[in-house]
Design a protein around this ligand. Structure first.
Ligand code: PEP
Ligand code: MN
Length: 338
């Protein structure tokens, strides 16, 4: 349920509503809207939700039930776009921000070279996995903490903030020491222990959609993090499993406008995993930006054929430079920059 205050509501009237929400056993969640302050009721209480408790209070414009199971992630609770700070910019603002780098951190020189290259091309943040979720236990699993140290060195050289995956709730504190943004991967989107640990860290989170998860599942997963009081959450469409075998996954372009309408959270598109084919990553990136994505996450590699993971979908440095130029044109065509 939300209580929408009138635009001219006095501070005392707002605090009276907040006090009654608390007295009824709910946590109040405050957001601003064009109409006025919105007070969302969160949590469980023995006192049932009753419109009558708030409807006639001074300064209240209206009281509304929120049917969706997700609350803090919803536009009803939080009508305005959330903006998440990243490298002096805001993800969710007018500029489309690009996170780029290799799938895996392979060596110290590799990650530093790639960081310099993607920065030069206009990336806002560096990606690279140190803990890799691999389908086969025999595949390269990542360099672990050494990889995190190399990422931190690459940040020192370039100034680019680091986005890297954490797979284990017990490793959240370690990854937080090195990373600016914790990535929760598709395979862990519903690892609720991990979502809680990431939420509690109060670190910025990039939450990727599970490959077999619905849009609703993704929003509920985001809700776990938000419910920990962590508002710095970015969500990511990275492709879903369909019957199609010509591409690695099926990038769900539909999810972009649908998510933008349902949630205020900044939305990133991952065309690399979404299609899995280097030669088509740029086309999907352009489509995602045209459809309203706030950011992109792109896998790029100096020598993709020799990459230790996801080489087939990694663009070359030249490919990344071209992608940036063309995405910029599309961004401008839809009233944004890149
Ligand atoms: C990745 O970003 O390299 C990755 C493993 O992504 P996802 O979790 O979307 O598969
Ligand atoms: Mn990858």
């Amino acid at each position: 349920m939300i209580v929408v205050m009138r635009a001219d509501a006095k501070a005392k009237e707002i605090s009276d509503v907040i006090a009654r929400v608390r007295a009824n056993g709910y946590q109040p969640h405050l957001a601003e809207s064009d109409e006025g302050t919105i007070i969302g009721l969160v949590g469980e209480s023995e006192v049932p939700l009753r419109e009558d408790d708030y409807q006639d209070m001074a300064g209240v414009a209206r009281v509304e039930r929120v049917k969706a199971a997700y609350k803090l992630a919803s536009r009803a609770f939080h009508p305005r776009d959330s903006k998440v700070p990243l490298n002096g910019c805001l993800m969710g603002d007018r500029k489309v921000l690009v996170i780029a780098g290799p799938c895996s951190v392979e060596s110290r020189t590799q990650i530093i070279e790639m960081a310099c290259a993607v920065k030069e091309a206009g990336a806002t943040a560096l990606r690279g996995g140190a803990f890799k979720p691999r389908t086969s236990p025999y595949s390269f699993q990542g360099h672990g903490e050494k990889g995190l140290q190399w990422l931190a060195e690459a940040r020192e050289v370039t100034g680019l903030p680091v986005v890297t995956e954490v797979m284990d709730p017990g490793l959240v504190p370690l990854v937080c020491q090195y990373a600016d943004v914790l990535q929760i991967g598709a395979r862990n989107m519903q690892n609720f222990t991990l979502l809680n640990a990431a939420g509690e860290s109060q670190h910025t989170i990039l939450l990727k959609r599970g490959m077999s998860s619905t849009i609703m599942d993704l929003l509920m997963a985001a809700e776990y993090i938000l419910a920990c009081g962590n508002q710095r959450v970015m969500i990511c469409e990275r492709g879903i499993r369909t019957f199609e075998t010509a591409t690695r996954f099926t990038f769900d372009l539909n999810a972009i406008p649908v998510l933008k309408s349902l949630t205020h959270l900044p939305l990133i598109a991952d065309p690399s995993h979404g299609i899995g084919l280097r030669e088509h990553v740029e086309a999907v990136a352009r489509g995602a930006v045209a459809a309203g994505a706030d950011g992109l996450i792109i896998e790029a590699h100096m020598d993709p054929e020799k990459a230790m993971s996801d080489g087939r979908q990694s663009v070359t440095v030249d490919g990344f430079i071209r992608l940036m130029e063309n995405v910029r044109r599309v961004a401008e065509a839809v009233g944004r920059t890149a």
